[in-house]
Design a protein. Structure first.
Length: 400
């Protein structure tokens, strides 16, 4: 899976005086008034933008914001994101009213070397979803060079990710390059023991990851609602806990295939309803009371998981281990987050996924890990061993 991406820092890449179209992963969450509530992804995009601007490029940013349903949604315009980026860069980033069209081309044509401008939300155009060739050409007309710095979207077959590289010299930005380098290094040459922590709701989201990492990791610690699908595969009564009935047989196969590697919780925090104020009790994983549901891993499971983590050389974590949104059922996730953060420096620690990062922030541990990936789905696909479409598009452009 080793991969040398064509990079904007390669010696033969000249950007001074050129218009560089950058697909940035600045998908910051906005409130209902369009204000930025978390600028992490904007901060992560700054190094690439600053590098290009200081090299004398005219930087044109192409971004997606939220899920507007491929139509214009006023609260999902890029205005406040451009404003926050302006503050971080220390220079004005003008937000344009669209991402294609005569007015946009005119505004881009008037840019001076070092200027930075942000196009309107590309997700306002349905053509983005379908990798539309005409839309790709319209976007490509805005630049002389294309840079993909949106790791978080690079697993999508979308026009701004895979269509534009067919028309322009194309390179990886600094963030995309870093994400791929860190994750592939952990997969190919992990310091051992290599311990993976997987949580979240569905086994189906993580099947490929478990199969691929089962061949590479020393231990896979499983929590979250997905653990109940594994419990059912062993004949346990999971009460009213959420599980995937159509994946029980598959979970059984995975446990058999990676016997000794997959580690399930031995106890859970059970609740009589799905609510923070539910009555709760710690029970053995095999003894969930009828009608109750497991909403967190139990204290003995936390101790066992921490012991595995304390001996690790490489740790990758994706997915919360309980319903962390409820404070009364967030202890397991918070304890594991703390344990992993304390291993940073002693071990390679990598975390990713939107819910994981939210849980880490709630636990007050943001920035305490070796690498916090900006991509959820993209990180999982890379961990599955897949080549992401956005990365393949850069490789194909370099080969032409």
């Amino acid at each position: 899976m080793s991969l040398k991406l064509p990079s904007i820092k390669d010696k033969n890449v000249e950007v001074a005086g050129k218009t560089v179209l950058v697909r940035a992963g600045i998908d910051a969450p906005l409130d209902d008034k369009g204000n930025v509530t978390d600028d992490t992804r904007i901060q992560e995009a700054v190094p690439t933008i600053k590098y290009l601007s200081q090299k004398g490029a005219k930087v044109v940013l192409l971004v997606k914001v939220g899920r507007p349903g491929w139509k214009v949604v006023e609260s999902l315009r890029v205005t406040s994101i451009a404003k926050r980026l302006s503050e971080l860069l220390g220079q004005e980033v003008k937000a344009l009213g669209d991402c294609v069209g005569d007015e946009v081309e005119k505004a881009v044509g008037e840019l001076k070397d070092g200027d930075v401008v942000m196009l309107e939300n590309v997700f306002f155009h349905p053509e983005e979803e379908t990798n539309d060739s005409v839309f790709a050409q319209q976007l490509a007309r805005l630049g002389q060079v294309y840079v993909n710095d949106a790791f978080s979207s690079s697993h999508r077959n979308q026009t701004s990710i895979v269509g534009i590289p067919k028309h322009l010299p194309s390179y990886a930005g600094l963030l995309l390059e870093k994400e791929v380098k860190v994750l592939t290094a952990a997969l190919e040459k992990p310091k051992r023991p290599f311990v993976v922590v997987l949580g979240g709701a569905k086994v189906s989201d993580k099947i490929g990851v478990i199969r691929n990492l089962g061949l590479k990791a020393d231990k896979i610690l499983i929590g979250g609602a997905m653990m109940f699908t594994f419990y059912r595969s062993r004949g346990f009564d999971v009460g009213s806990s959420r599980f995937e009935s159509d994946k029980v047989s598959l979970a059984d196969d995975l446990l058999n295939e990676f016997q000794g590697k997959i580690v399930l919780p031995v106890d859970v925090v059970a609740a009589d309803k799905f609510a923070n104020d539910a009555r709760s009790q710690v029970v053995a994983a095999s003894e969930l009371p009828h009608g109750w549901m497991g909403l967190d891993i139990g204290p003995e499971s936390v101790r066992r998981f921490i012991k595995e983590l304390s001996e690790a050389g490489t740790i990758i974590w994706s997915g919360p281990l309980g319903v962390f949104e409820f404070p009364n059922f967030a202890e397991g996730t918070a304890a594991i987050a703390k344990a992993i953060s304390e291993m940073t420096g002693k071990a390679t620690t990598i975390i990713g996924g939107g819910d994981t990062l939210s849980a880490v922030e709630k636990a007050g541990l943001k920035g305490k890990f070796g690498h916090s990936s900006t991509g959820g789905g993209a990180m999982l696909e890379l961990l599955e061993g897949k080549t992401l479409p956005g990365i393949a598009a850069l490789a194909e452009a370099a080969a032409r």
